[in-house]
Design a protein around this ligand. Structure first.
Ligand code: FAD
Length: 468
């Protein structure tokens, strides 16, 4: 009997426990990807980038004599229908941890089991399942450092190779054509501007990890803070779609540590920040939508004036670090971590706009968008999240830029205005933006939307007047 491997955020052949389990019995395997509501709800950049990842996986499967069957609809209907159609006896998938996915997958598992079908979920997306890491008193970690200490020496299974064989069924069930899904429909700038900045698919992700381990990781500890240098791995994009597994990253990091690479421990710590975000989302799913510390509900954040929020989105606040970062994200689908903290701080503190506004724009523009890390990052910076930066620590994007990019390369790379010969990166922003924004590289660079001293003073006054 055939077995279905339902692939979602594990778009790879190696270290893919669901695919391995599906192949284990030696019977025909039907890999399937479903375009459901969770895909429909993605932001423009993430949906476009997911489409590239699905295409890459389909090619990899075809090279192994298999296929990726594409179906559209509610997985609660699609999976049982595919089981009935193919006579499959089992369905395997890798777990997801956001509340909608948990509810959906639980319902599917129960329905399949009731029908006598084997339904098994596996761990492919995390190093440590959220229910396996507990504090001394039995709860989950709400602070990062003790969680790091609790997990850093844990045994993490070695990544598994790709299945030796992915047996094909005699006849393939029908599949949608990926082009018909038009995953890039909302992403005008995708192919023209954003594509060269993506590193798509499993082989590319492995190449990226290999290059990082062979070079950059040694200086990671310092270089990771400079937004103008390629000092980090950029693997968030690949981890998001599961083009690489966290176990593959972890073990590569451990090898680097044993080889004495100086940045290795720091990099492993960052992988645990990702775990921390997932554990928080699992145990407190309200982190995705509400102030994690409910006391902050009284804080006078606003939705912001539409024109001002648009200027923040466009990278036209008149604050070079903020603007360079917002443009980097619009063009490449990524933003440097230090820049993320600065733009988030400027929006939520200097502009006093609710973190949800910024979180939603990131979800629209990031190709490494991740529900857990994005929500945690915004709430951390805004001050209302777990283990958050104290609210009174208002990032000063001017001194931050001077400290972390003393050569000024980041602003030059992304802000064309007032440069006699702007680099292609800065110009590509103007190719990327919609015409209705009416922007041109010859425009004068705007004066600050909110001055740094003035904004800081206002934010601190609101914080001090709070009643929570
Ligand atoms: P590296 O420095 O090479 O780190 C290795 C890996 O560790 C990353 O790929 C990532 O998976 C993980 N990691 C590193 N830093 C963090 C962190 N602070 N939180 C969680 N995981 C981390 N990350 C996303 O993947 N998706 C998001 O949507 C996202 N939104 C963010 C929003 C805000 C406001 C902030 C402050 C941070 C956000 N981050 C997000 C976290 C972080 O900025 C990115 O993970 C990091 O910039 C990715 O670059 P890299 O792959 O080169 O990381």
């Amino acid at each position: 009997t055939p077995v279905i491997a339902w692939l979602r955020r594990d778009l790879r052949l190696t270290d893919n426990p669901a695919l391995r389990a599906a192949c284990a019995g030696g019977g025909p395997v039907i890999p399937v990807f479903i375009h459901d509501d969770s895909v429909a709800a993605l932001g423009a950049a993430a949906k476009w980038r997911l489409g590239l990842s699905v295409a890459a996986l389909a090619r990899d499967l075809e090279a192994r004599g298999s296929r990726l069957i594409l179906r559209r609809g509610d997985a609660r209907d699609v999976i049982p229908a595919l089981v009935a159609e193919t006579g499959a006896g089992a369905v395997h998938w890798s777990r997801l941890y956001d509340p909608d996915a948990i509810a959906r997958d639980g319902a599917i598992k129960a329905a399949l089991k009731e029908g006598g079908i084997v339904a098994e979920s596996h761990n492919a997306h995390l190093l440590f399942e959220p229910w396996t890491v507990e504090t001394g008193s039995g709860g989950f970690y709400k602070v990062y450092s003790p969680m790091w200490r609790a997990v850093k020496d844990r045994e993490v299974p070695e990544p598994a190779p790709a299945p030796a064989r992915i047996p094909a069924p005699e006849a393939w069930p029908a599949s949608d054509a990926l082009e018909d899904w038009r995953m890039g429909a909302a992403m005008d700038r995708g192919a023209a501007v954003c594509l060269p900045h993506q590193c798509v698919g499993e082989q590319a992700a492995q190449g990226r990890l290999g290059a990082f381990m062979a070079g950059t990781i040694d200086g990671y500890r310092d270089a990771r803070n400079n937004p103008a240098v390629a000092g980090t791995s950029n693997l968030s994009e690949n981890l998001t779609y599961g083009e690489i597994s966290p176990r593959q990253c972890w073990h590569a990091g451990l090898r680097a540590l044993h080889e004495g690479k100086r940045g290795a421990e720091h990099w492993l710590r960052e992988l645990v920040w990702r775990e921390f975000a997932y554990h928080l989302m699992y145990h407190t799913p309200e982190i995705l939508t509400r102030n994690w510390r409910a006391g902050w509900d009284a804080f006078p954040w606003t939705e912001g004036c539409a024109a001002d929020v648009l200027r923040w989105k466009q990278g036209r606040t008149g604050i070079p670090f903020v603007d360079a970062a917002m443009r980097e994200m619009y063009v490449t689908g990524r933003m440097h971590n230090r820049a993320r903290m600065n733009v988030a701080s400027y929006l939520t503190k200097h502009m006093m706009v609710h973190w949800r506004v910024g979180m939603d724009w990131f979800a629209e523009c990031l190709t490494d968008w991740d529900p857990a890390s994005n929500a945690m990052g915004w709430q951390w910076t805004a001050g209302c999240g777990p283990d958050a930066a104290p609210y009174f620590r208002v990032f000063n994007p001017e001194t931050q830029l001077a400290k972390f990019d003393p050569e000024g390369g980041y602003a030059r790379a992304w802000i064309a205005e007032a440069q006699a010969r702007p680099p292609q990166t800065a110009l590509s922003y103007f190719e990327a933006v919609p015409r209705r924004w009416g922007l041109s590289p010859g425009d004068p660079y705007p004066a600050p939307l909110v001055g740094l001293a003035e904004g800081r003073k206002r934010a601190l006054a609101a914080y001090e007047a709070r009643e929570f």
